[in-house]
Write a protein that binds this ligand. Structure first.
Ligand code: HEM
Length: 508
């Protein structure tokens, strides 16, 4: 197997590597294919930015992803599509049980969404445009040329607004991201599995490479004897006689999450008896960080693989805080990345590990309740929308209402093991790491269990053992839309563009 220290960044879309944080302005377009031939012709010439370094850095960027309906509309055959994962084919809203598992019930039910709520509303194409301050109108003009207008029908432009490095509730965001092992230096088997590591195998976010299990995620492979056009695609690393349709591609999960900023701060203010310090403490406890990003648990002395020694905002895990007296167990960051290793915490030597592997010697009854983090990491690339409302203003009774929130985006190689697992098992589940009757205090709906048991609580244990309880948490975030997309590598994009044409899309 090729051990690549020279990753083919020029075949990868740039968002996977960079996030384009310096390109502060964005415009996300949801499109349908109106004329297949024109769409393919446009795709072949589209100035899609790769992940190769450029000096000077780019002033604009364009990224493209397709839903399963989009791939079909462009003529990608079922023989290819059927080899994608079930969840991508069925889609985010394609079956009721998936919606239930994702917590898309009650006010979050897909039928209430403004886009993507049913098969017919799922856009074919997602176009992500990035530009420097005020650069979007000019960039859009360049992208949306005459051919583009024939090729696509604009279904919706998702609003975005740069509010600095914060999300709308006012917390610094995008502090913690997995560190992708682009050089493949980490041995999948030998890295310190018994401890939390922030290093992540390429195959966890990019298809066609070994993942954290040392395996290749299932994906469409093509025999180029039967499809000569596929000769231009990269070889499958694990089956070199076949061509890899998905290599250097990734799944992109998009969810439009509307945030009730006045509702959040006014509820916390009431709970805190209008004492600003207590209000801040409760907010920080719900997130797991202070508003400026400071973690609530002390930094660790030893190195955490994949976290630079100087990164003071990420050099922590929750081993020193087993009962959540510093960072509550139900806090958003603790639920969405519990920073666990493969084995419960404790001694490191061979015998200690053996004892733990055999299931003995747990230091605390709850030590083994959360699955290992490295199989459930997300590369987050979301952007905010709506006007900024500072917490100090949001708390006032006459705070202006406005539609604001986060276009949550994450890139993963396995939608079900990564995004759906985190959303279901860790975020919306009322049972998590020994907790019950509460869900993620920021994100989740507050529907009671079937038995009628309420789940709208949030616990913060004090070091003396008392559990401070906040009851009747309202729902602060409502889902407004969402879909699963596939963001292909650049050779695959060209392959799709070169597929034999079928003319106008009659389904429109
Ligand atoms: C409007 C919705 C959301 C808000 C306001 C929000 C807010 C935040 C904030 C303030 C942080 C801390 C900053 C950081 O560590 O980077 C964070 C971290 C994180 N969030 Fe969210 N988030 C939202 C939605 C989601 C969703 C839908 C997921 C996944 C299902 C998610 C997963 C994560 C993860 C994985 C982290 C990093 C945790 C870590 O590695 O320590 N978030 N979020």
């Amino acid at each position: 197997m090729k051990k690549s220290s020279d990753f083919q960044f020029d075949d990868l879309q740039g968002l996977l590597r960079f996030g384009y944080g310096k390109l502060t302005d964005t415009c996300f377009l949801l499109l349908n294919v109106a004329d297949t031939d024109a769409a393919k012709q446009w795709l072949i010439g589209a100035p899609v930015s790769s992940a190769a370094f450029s000096d000077p850095p780019p002033r604009t960027a364009l990224q493209i992803a397709f839903s399963v309906a989009g791939l079909r509309a462009l003529g990608v055959g079922d023989d290819i599509i059927d080899n994608f994962s079930d969840e991508f084919i069925v889609g985010m809203t394609g079956d009721e049980s998936r919606s239930r598992r994702l917590g898309d019930i009650g006010d979050d039910e897909p039928k209430r969404w403004i886009w993507g709520g049913n098969d017919k509303q799922v856009p074919h194409v997602l176009l992500l445009l990035y530009a420097e301050k005020n650069g979007i109108p000019e960039w859009r003009k360049k992208i949306e040329d005459k051919l583009f207008s024939t090729a696509f029908k604009l279904l919706r432009q998702l609003p975005t607004q740069d509010i600095g490095n914060r999300e709308p509730f006012g917390f610094v965001d995008n502090i913690s991201q997995p560190n992708i092992d682009w050089k493949r230096e980490q041995s999948i088997d030998m890295h310190r599995r018994d401890r939390y590591s922030n290093r992540l195998a390429i195959g966890e976010v990019v298809l066609g490479y070994p993942n954290e299990y040392g395996q290749y995620t299932e994906r469409p492979l093509i025999d180029s004897n039967q499809d000569p056009l596929a000769k231009s695609l990269p070889n499958a690393e694990d089956q070199p006689s076949l061509k890899d349709f998905a290599r250097n591609g990734s799944f992109l999960v998009l969810r439009q999450l509307s945030q009730d900023v006045p509702g959040f701060w006014q509820f916390l203010d009431k709970e805190a008896g209008s004492v600003p310090e207590q209000r801040e403490q409760l907010a920080a406890a719900m997130v797991g960080r202070e508003r400026d990003g400071t973690p609530l648990v002390p930094l660790v002395d030893e190195d955490i693989p994949g976290i630079p020694a100087g990164d003071r905002r990420n050099r922590f895990n929750f081993v020193s805080d087993p009962n959540g007296t510093r960072c509550p167990i139900g806090a958003h960051i603790r639920r969405s990345n519990p920073r666990t290793g493969d084995l419960p915490p404790g001694g490191k030597g061979f015998f200690c590990r053996l004892i733990k592997i055999l299931g003995f010697g747990l230091e605390r009854p709850n030590d083994d309740l959360v699955s290992s983090s490295r199989f459930h990491r997300l590369l987050r690339r979301g952007r905010t929308y709506g006007p900024w409302l500072a917490p100090e203003n949001a708390v006032k009774q006459d705070a202006p209402e406005a539609e604001r929130g986060l276009h949550f985006i994450c890139l993963v190689a396995n939608i079900s093991r990564q995004f759906e697992f985190v959303q279901n098992a860790w975020v919306v589940n009322s049972k998590f790491a020994g907790l019950d009757q509460e869900r993620d205090p920021l994100l989740a709906h507050r529907e009671p269990l079937h038995s009628g048991v309420e789940t709208d609580q949030f616990h913060r244990p004090d070091p003396d053992g008392t559990r401070r309880k906040t009851c009747h948490l309202p729902q602060f975030i409502t889902v407004r839309g969402g879909a699963y997309f596939f963001m292909p590598g650049l050779s695959t994009l060209r392959y799709i563009g070169a597929l034999p044409g079928t003319g106008k899309d009659d389904s429109l």
